[in-house]
Design a protein around this ligand. Structure first.
Ligand SMILES: C[S@@+](CC[C@H](N)C(=O)[O-])C[C@H]1O[C@@H](n2cnc3c(N)ncnc32)[C@H](O)[C@@H]1O
Length: 248
């Protein structure tokens, strides 16, 4: 079950229990519980329920603060249009992240430089989930001999990266398409900076489609149970690691 659904489940069960059972019985026993305390009670119960239904520890504060934050935000008395606008913006950026569990965050220029040093002459490279297109535009500028392709399925990053590439006069090609639907056999190098979740399935795809001798590079997320041919340390903010897999 995607964590977003688990979060909603924990919140709904917690709210239902608090409203129908816990708060009325505490009030009966003469506890003073204003709206703030009730919100914290719901948050605390949702945090516990989240753990019970298998959410990772880092969801605990999110579950805890969810209802108190809603209460605090409702007291700001902002126009509902602001919430709608914020929701639409996040939706256009994160699009399928709740399902794919691959949000948008960007790899560093130092990581691009390390990848660039591994590119063979006249190579074609694909960035799976190309985000804001930074890597592709940079590569196309620095390696005139190469061909660079991006696949991005979130609308706003796709549009911004497409405009960025056109403004820079870049020869890279970025498509609004899921990388799962892309055929990887024409690429010499495939680069991915995703999350741990898709790696096992992506490895199946890579092995089925990429040609022998081509290179799969995963930034930060190793393929579970597969020993990489090389691991490169990147001296960037996150001390990233690039996992290199030579396709047999
Ligand atoms: C961690 S970001 C990496 C961005 C960029 N590659 C970089 O290195 O800076 C991952 C990107 O993959 C995109 N993404 C996730 N699943 C995808 C899919 N199935 N097809 C295309 N893009 C996807 C997300 O929208 C997000 O922009």
């Amino acid at each position: 079950m995607p964590p977003g659904i688990k979060l909603l489940l924990a919140q709904f069960i917690s709210a239902a229990l608090c409203i129908s059972l816990i708060v009325p019985s505490l009030l009966e026993k003469n506890f003073v519980l204003d709206a703030g305390w009730q919100a914290w009670l719901m948050g605390a119960l949702a945090a516990v329920l989240g753990r019970v239904i298998g959410m990772r520890a880092w969801w605990l504060p999110i579950n805890l603060f969810f209802i108190p934050s809603l209460l605090a935000a409702s007291q700001l008395e902002l126009s509902p249009a602001w919430y709608l606008a914020a929701f639409l913006l996040l939706w256009l950026v994160y699009w399928s992240a709740a399902r794919s569990q691959v949000p948008l965050y960007l790899s560093s220029r130092k990581a691009w430089q390390v990848v660039e040093r591994r590119l063979p002459e006249s190579a074609s490279l694909a960035d799976l989930g190309s985000g804001m297109g930074g890597m592709l535009v940079w590569m196309a500028n620095n390696r005139k001999d190469g061909r660079f392709h991006g696949f991005e399925n979130a609308p706003l990053p796709f549009v911004l990266s497409w405009i960025r590439a056109r403004l820079a006069g870049s020869a890279c090609q970025i498509r609004m398409q899921s990388f799962w639907a892309a055929d990887l056999k024409s690429f010499d190098v495939v680069y991915a900076y995703l999350s741990p979740v898709p790696m096992p399935a992506l490895w199946q795809k890579v092995r089925q489609e990429m040609r022998p001798g081509s290179l799969f590079i995963s930034n930060s997320f190793a393929i579970p149970g597969v020993v990489p041919d090389e691991v490169l340390e990147v001296d960037d903010l996150h001390q990233s690691r690039l996992y290199l897999y030579r396709i047999q």
